[in-house]
Design a protein around this ligand. Structure first.
Ligand code: FMN
Length: 388
């Protein structure tokens, strides 16, 4: 998340103008990286049909961005209603990461979607977005070993009892010591999968158009996929098939509620965040997962990367290119793009959709500004602090 001390652990080679953390101003807003073909941004504003249930009015999505503003029992606020409603002209909004149960919180004031009060509060958000003709998915989230008893009162759980690297972590303004996770039992796994299913049911009840599983950035599905955090010897560890099992079962759980057409999944095979390290062979878990998803009929896969222009030797290039090679369905690109680079990437077939994070936080009217070539307000910490 924005305020963690994770930084980048990706062993990139041939980095291109790399911004190592998203707390720095994004090149996109500063007119940083420009594509050579600056013409043709019109492709961004074309409607895009995801499947027979969802058509986006343009190819632009709001990338999920944690706002740390939840109140009361971790409910979204009136500020959240205004935040999402004012961005509803995107083809799709994806909410800030939203907790699936009371035991998986790792950051301050992040909203949940397990209680009735939370569902009611989210319904204000979805209503406001729908009133403006928009569509919105809930990004559902379990942070696994990165949760903290400061918030939950219980020890974190993860695939294995592997400590989080580093002595301390920063959570908002708090300095907390990492807590060793407990290895999940099979009962824990079944419970968490039930919680994903309940989160999807609640999202449906709150009026969301679908859900995106947060499988990126070092959170629980990522922890199962990676060998550095998954030392299990049961059906959820070891082989690529076993490491991908949890993510596939989470997809099945939420697809049983919404249908696969209304489910997205975010993945970050570059291991660039969340205190992850890449180990040779990790790719095989991602490749197996994506190959299985080729026939699952999901709404989309979403690239999770802070800068998609970084090339990783172990991915044989860029993150989006790695995902494109193994996934046949709709790919939502993300990470350090501006209108020109996004349009160029879509036009050459590298991605189908683009999500913007920092540019959209700083510019509620991003779609309009991009369409008319108006200058963008730069993203900064101060902009984030203004959010309500
Ligand atoms: C303040 C902030 C909060 C973020 N929170 C989330 C989150 O909740 N879920 C997620 O998947 N990514 C999160 N991200 C990552 C963004 O979705 C996006 O991947 C990243 O900002 C790179 O895209 P951009 O260059 O368009 O900003 C966050 C980024 C920022 C700046």
């Amino acid at each position: 998340m924005a305020n963690s001390t994770g930084g980048s652990t990706g062993r990139a080679n041939r980095p291109l103008d790399r911004s190592s953390h998203w707390s720095v101003a994004a090149g996109a807003q500063q007119g940083g990286r420009q594509s050579t073909a600056v013409t043709g941004i019109d492709v961004l504003f074309e409607p895009f049909t995801l499947n027979d249930q969802i058509t986006m009015r343009n190819r632009i999505a709001l990338s999920p961005c944690t706002r740390n503003r939840a109140e009361n029992e971790l409910e979204p606020t009136a500020g959240a209603v205004a935040y999402y409603a004012s961005r509803a002209d995107a083809g799709l909004l994806v909410t800030e990461a939203t907790l699936i149960n009371e035991n998986c919180q790792g950051y301050i004031d992040t909203p949940g979607i397990w209680s009735e009060a939370q569902v009611k509060a989210w319904a204000w958000v979805t209503d406001a977005v729908h009133d403006r003709g928009g569509q919105i998915f809930s990004q559902i989230w379990h942070v696994g070993r990165l949760s903290h008893p400061h918030f939950t009162g219980v020890r974190p759980i993860g695939p294995s009892k592997v400590p989080t690297r580093g002595k301390r972590r920063q959570v908002g303004v708090l300095n907390l010591y990492h807590v060793w996770p407990r290895a999940m039992s099979e009962t824990d796994i079944r419970q968490v999968l039930d919680d994903y299913r309940r989160a999807a049911r609640n999202a449906k009840a709150a009026g969301f158009d679908g859900v995106e599983i947060h499988g990126a950035n070092g959170y629980l599905p990522d922890q199962f996929l990676r060998q550095c955090t998954n030392k299990r010897t049961d059906a959820y560890g070891g082989s690529p098939q076993n490491r991908a099992r949890f993510a596939l079962e989470a997809v099945d759980a939420v697809a049983s509620v919404f249908g696969p057409e209304r489910v997205g999944l975010r993945l970050s095979p570059a291991a660039y965040f969340g205190l992850m390290t890449y180990e040779p062979g990790d790719n095989d878990g991602y490749i197996h997962l994506m190959e299985q998803l080729n026939s699952a009929g999901l709404a989309y896969l979403h690239v999770g990367i802070v800068d998609d222009f970084v090339e990783y030797d172990y991915l044989d290039g860029r993150t989006s290119a790695f995902m494109r090679r193994h996934y046949d369905g709709v790919l939502m690109g993300n990470g350090g793009y501006d209108a020109a680079t996004a349009a160029a990437e879509i036009s050459r077939g590298g991605i189908d959709l683009i999500s913007f994070g920092r540019p959209f936080i700083a510019n509620a009217d991003l779609v309009k500004r991009l369409r008319h070539g108006e200058p963008l307000r730069p993203y900064s910490r101060a902009v984030l602090d203004e959010l309500r």
